[in-house]
Design a protein around this ligand. Sequence first.
Ligand code: NDP
Ligand code: 2IT
Length: 383
Amino acid sequence: MPWTDDNGNMRVNRGYRVQFNNAIGPYKGGLRLHPSVDLSIIKFLGFEQIFKNSLTGLPIGGGKGGSDFDPKGKSDREIREFCQSFMTELYRHIGADTDVPAGDIGVGAREIGYMFGQYKRLKNVYEGVLTGKGLTYGGSLARTEATGYGLIYIVQNMLEKAGDGIKGKTIAVSGAGNVAIYAAQKATELGGKVVTMSDSDGWIYDPKGVDLDVVKDIKEVKRGRISEYADRVGRAEYHNSETSKVWSVKCDVALPCATQNELDVNDAKTLIKNKVKAVGEGANMPSATEAINAFQAAKVLFMPAKAANAGGVAVSALEMSQNSQRLAWSFDEVDSKLKGIMKGIFDKTSEAAKQFSSPDDYVSGANIAGFLKVAQAMIAQGV
Ligand code: NDP
Ligand code: 2IT
């Protein structure tokens, strides 16, 4: 995708869309803008998305896309031109009944807006071809909050089954983007204390609980760095990511919400030594396989990404429904549907865990419950 930077130089980036499986509905999944993006990353995300989307119980297939374009430090004009160029290629492959992209790392309402405008310009159709849209043109209330809220709802379900809950827990969150911020917000609302957040440069520790108004101002308004939190909140510490990670902090619940492979086996060992009770994956595949094995061996409750972060795509599917009906539901209506969907995912995952593995093995439970529906649909359709 060609675009021009603010100095008038022509730049070219590579874009991807992997349409992985449409047995149960149109391809559905986010678009990621990050310099690390390549075909391999988009394929693993698309593969996970198939089973995550199946778990939601809603009619959505699996896909993923993105580009190695780096949005950091770009002007609004550069972002707009890049997004328009991306859609100039992508529009011929997508559609409300074919493939419905959304946001992911580096793609929020601003980018979706520019892409939606370009799609409409090229196709002359007003349809729900993208989700995560702004509220003035077909977006759903609670989509912004959905992934983070959904994560906390399912972690709460998991803790409740073990006779416990979020209330009173000390929580370590990584990331400071869309998923991290709204997970921290709901966890705080339910009486938890979130003591860490991070970005790729470093992390903050706030012993009194992170002030989310400050984080939102830094990240959502100023598009700044998490280090600014420690400048603004005197009691907080800032640590460089080269020397340590949020997982070194003692916590009851750990919520990796930044990116893949951000929690390795040594981090898992530290968390276990510090008596972590539960881990919920807000990001996609943030924990290394050996880390997951260590958590399960130590009887730490572990909810894998495809179940834990499915609230985002679930509300995306609700946005598609609202667009098709040409209606807009209230925040409470969407939020209560989200809560029900996360409970449904928890129940399906627990049930499959009990039937095919052991009761607390949510990793096998989510894989098997997600897979069975897709496999049955594929066989029924004559594969
Ligand atoms: P955002 O772009 O809003 O935030 C990403 C956060 O993670 C930032 O704090 C970013 O820091 C950090 N991060 C990203 N890449 C890296 C990296 N390579 N190393 C260290 N830190 C990194 O993205 P989201 O919050 O939307 O996404 C976070 C995770 O959640 C991803 O794994 C995504 O796939 C997953 N997810 C997102 C959903 C959604 O609805 N948005 C739904 C389900 C899953 P920095 O600013 O320094 O890059
Ligand atoms: O990983 C994910 O589930 C997302 N980035 C959200 C996808 C979507 O279509 O809302």
